[in-house]
Ligand binder design. Structure first.
Ligand code: ARG
Length: 461
């Protein structure tokens, strides 16, 4: 039997292995709603331009809506011999309408149809991921008042560095996810371009109106070159890249909170509903959700990598290789969506272990840098001050005390100008009070940023 994509040119049917090997309906069935929307818009344009009659268009539109309802209800059989969702829908239409159904594919090919459907799908996916990013940002912002007075050690090289306010930490993640949102919006502009009507590769000799179809589908514009259009998967790769960045950011959070929830750090208690137990060690409360967010990042990176390799060296224009783009992006979208969805309640529900954090704040000389800056304000050159504070820290380490516990004699020995004013700037809490610069952990600066974020996300708390 000849399948719809095998024209009269074929003298024989396909090898039995070919159908299974070349089918894409097992995954591109996810494009069914987009395919119906694209076909309805295409048929409306065909009618506007006299390529089909208005009555024919009505029949086609009605038939397509029925088919969509059947697929949505699960009453639609998918058969590999029809290759992809596009052929399934067209075949079902032809089965209903005969010759009228056979007119729908005028002025388009599957190459532009697939690209258009996928663009519509990616556009929706971007909007959905964006919403989930906002939810996660909200979860962070909702913690800011609750944790306003908590001082955490900030790390560089995973070594204790400087004290910071907890909200400063939370907003660091908001910033990262904000850049992801911006990347999504930027990428969306290039996704939101119609390729329908560029047909197989050269365009069409039929009098179609591509701008009209684009408008009907909510596209911001139409692609300008038919050869480019059928080969272009930049939009898929760009989206995969942005998703990878989101996953990378999530994996940093996941790694950090896995560490923070250890007995060794003891900074945070993850909500128990989002933890798992051990089948042998009864005492265990494991952070599997965070570990899997970290782990699933590998899949997303893998998808981006596969896509990059997929398009490498492909000659213009459409090549069947491109069919392999969908499973990769579907998986990346599904994975990142699931990670974002589960990260938000974890962020919202985790509790900082205030006592343990505060008890440890004297460890690691978090105030050393602010003390050095105090010396700079006392007119000691930075390099000299840096060296001096290093020596004082060495002394404190030897005596097993904090900088604030060193006697004044040690300070005066280090520099004759120093007096007991030094104790006014020592200790993590006083160090926090000393910050002033824009974007720093200074209380007023952090409060301003929290306000800005609240306004931006319109969080009520
Ligand atoms: N199922 C294919 C895909 O998703 C459609 C290919 C249509 N074009 C072709 N020349 N065979 O890419």
């Amino acid at each position: 039997m000849s399948t719809p994509s095998r024209s009269g040119v074929f003298g024989e049917g396909p090898n039995r292995l070919v159908e299974q090997f070349t089918e894409s309906v097992s995954f591109d069935h996810r494009l069914y709603a987009q395919d119906v929307a694209g076909s309805i818009a295409h048929s409306q344009m065909l009618a506007e331009n006299g390529i089909i009659s208005r009555d024919e268009q009505q029949l086609i539109e009605h038939g397509l809506l029925e088919i969509r309802a059947e697929i949505a209800a699960g009453n639609f059989e998918l058969r590999t011999e029809l290759e992809d969702i596009h052929m399934h829908i067209e075949k079902a239409l032809i089965d209903r309408l005969g010759d009228v159904g056979r007119k729908l594919h005028s002025g388009r090919s599957r190459n532009d149809q697939v690209a258009t459907d996928f663009r519509l799908w990616v556009r929706d996916a971007i909007d959905d991921v964006d919403k989930k990013l906002v939810e996660l940002q909200r979860a962070f912002v909702s913690r800011c008042d609750r944790d306003a007075d908590v001082i955490l050690p900030a790390y560089t090289h995973l070594q204790r560095a400087q004290p910071v306010l907890a909200p400063h930490y939370w907003l660091a993640y908001c910033e990262k996810f904000e850049r992801d949102r911006q990347r999504l919006q930027d990428c969306r502009r290039r996704v939101n371009v119609s390729t329908l009507g560029t047909a197989a590769v050269a365009g069409t000799t039929l009098q179609i109106d591509r701008h009209d179809v684009a408008r009907r589908l909510g596209f911001e514009g139409v692609s300008a070159n038919s050869i480019d259009s059928s080969s272009d998967r930049d939009f898929v790769l760009e989206t995969a890249f942005v998703l990878t960045m989101i996953a990378e950011h999530l994996s940093t959070l996941a790694e950090e909170w896995v560490l923070w929830s250890t007995v060794e750090f003891n900074f945070i208690k993850l909500p128990q509903a989002f933890c798992t137990g051990s089948s042998i060690m009864p005492q265990k409360i494991n952070p599997d959700v965070m570990e899997l967010i970290r782990g699933k990042t590998a899949r997303v990176v893998g998808s981006l990598h596969s896509l990059l390799v997929l398009v490498k060296g492909l000659p213009l224009a459409y090549n069947r290789d491109l069919q392999e783009d969908k499973p990769q992006l579907f998986d990346a979208v599904d994975t990142v969506s699931a990670c974002l969805e589960i990260a938000a309640p974890v962020v919202q529900g985790a509790e900082l272990n205030r006592d343990s954090i505060t008890a440890g704040l004297d460890r690691g000389y978090l105030d050393a840098t602010t003390f050095m800056e105090y010396l700079i304000r006392r007119n000691i050159p930075q390099r000299t001050a840096h060296h001096l504070v290093g020596q004082l820290v060495r002394k404190a380490i030897d005596k097993r005390v904090s900088l604030s516990e060193l006697p004044l004699s040690d300070y005066q020995e280090a520099h004759p100008d120093l007096d007991d004013g030094v104790y006014e700037v020592l200790g993590a809490e006083k160090a926090i009070d000393a910050f002033v610069s824009y974007g720093s952990t200074a209380s007023v600066e952090v409060a301003k940023q929290v306000e800005r974020w609240k306004k931006k996300l319109e969080t009520k708390d």
